[in-house]
Ligand binder design. Structure first.
Ligand code: BTN
Length: 270
């Protein structure tokens, strides 16, 4: 659907006054939108600058993973932010981005997407979107943040059999294609609204909604660290984004970095 390409002029026409449509870069093919946005940011790229691509040859995920997405089906974009705050608040940008994604998806469709700590959007226990937040800081605080989003929209995930049981897309869940421009516009509207609220200090709603929309609260999980894994139950997500867990001995602790596997109760007889 060529008419559905998220071209700068199409997005700008729909959101003429948005922070995110002042400087838009669009690439049919690029290494990584995050890498490109980082370079722009280092050279002084303005807050709100958005880099969109149809295909990435080196799409980056968290923890050195790759992000795969077939060309012209999904949403792949990165945004430069320059919030005047300290690095301990950077995670709130991942939180509000996840919230904007989930709210946009749930508004435009009849599905119920959820957030999987720390940076994923899930639907029916399969991953539909990932967020990669990278930043640079100095003594005074954050210099720039690049928030990168990969969202599976119109991709028939079954064509990539290795990902079939792990990943999903909107088309797979709702049964028909959805306009990528409409979805991008909704995400950007929400992202901007939530971002201004965060900057004004009106951010309580982010933490409240994150806990409400989290798919891991109350669940038994395996926390995967670089040097091992640990079984625990998730209590809540703290304001700084840390996951508050309780281990099998009832001891509570917070983790700020890691990956989770949700432990599903085994079926009778299995
Ligand atoms: C993850 O789940 O590990 C995060 C994936 C983030 C992927 C997006 S796609 C657009 C942007 N550019 C990148 O290279 N990565 C992010």
């Amino acid at each position: 659907m060529l008419q559905d390409c998220p071209l700068p002029e199409a997005v700008r026409e729909r959101l003429p006054d948005s922070l995110f449509t002042r400087h838009v870069y669009y690439f049919p093919r690029i290494g990584s939108t995050n890498a490109y946005a980082r370079e722009l940011a280092k050279k002084g790229g303005a807050e709100g600058t958005m880099v969109i691509a149809e295909e990435q040859t080196k799409g980056q995920g968290r923890m050195g993973r790759q992000w795969y997405s077939p060309a012209y089906h999904n949403l792949l974009f990165s945004i430069i932010l320059r919030p005047a705050f300290s690095i301990d608040r950077v995670f709130s940008l991942t939180m509000l981005t996840a919230l904007a994604l989930v709210d946009a998806i749930n508004n435009m469709t009849n599905v119920k997407a959820l957030i999987k700590w720390p940076n994923d959007v899930y639907l029916k226990n399969k991953k539909m979107a990932g967020i990669l937040t990278e930043f640079s800081a100095n003594k005074k605080g954050v210099e720039y943040v690049v928030v990168g989003i990969g969202l599976n929209v119109n991709w028939d995930v079954t064509d990539k059999s290795g990902l079939n049981h792990l990943a999903t897309s909107l088309v797979r869940e709702i049964g028909h294609p959805i306009s990528r421009i409409d979805l991008l516009v909704k995400i950007l509207e929400l992202l901007e609204r939530y971002y201004w609220l965060l900057l004004k200090g009106q951010d309580r709603f982010i933490y409240k909604r994150w806990n409400e929309l989290s798919m891991v609260i109350g669940k038994e999980v395996l926390v995967n660290f670089s040097n091992g894994r640990k079984k625990a139950r998730v209590k809540r997500i703290a304001k700084n984004g840390a996951l508050v867990i309780e281990d099998e001995d009832g001891k509570q602790s917070s983790i700020i970095c890691g990956d989770l596997t949700v432990v599903f109760p085994s079926l009778p007889g299995s």
